[in-house]
Design a protein around this ligand. Structure first.
Ligand code: FES
Length: 80
């Protein structure tokens, strides 16, 4: 499943460490970058974040969020 094929967010309990979230929508390892943005003219690069401790995050799966890579409820504005 590509990144923006979902109707809702990826809810992930991330361990401490660095994550590379896909920002182009082409990754086959969504929501993480798999390098598919390279050489495809997307002009996109992954969003890189370091979590100092375990954290549960909601990563956008629909591509409509204004706070990418995080979900802002845009997939269903009446429920979030
Ligand atoms: S594969 Fe989408 S940003 Fe890297």
């Amino acid at each position: 499943m590509a990144l923006y094929d979902k109707k809702g967010p990826y809810i992930i309990k991330e361990e401490a460490g660095v994550r590379f979230y896909c920002m182009c929508g082409l990754s086959e390892e969504a929501p993480y970058c798999d390098g598919s943005h390279n050489g495809k003219g997307t002009g996109k690069t992954p969003y890189i974040v370091r979590y100092a401790q375990e954290k549960t995050v909601k990563i956008c799966g629909c591509g409509q969020s204004n706070t990418l890579p995080y979900c802002d409820g845009a997939h269903n504005p009446t429920k979030e």
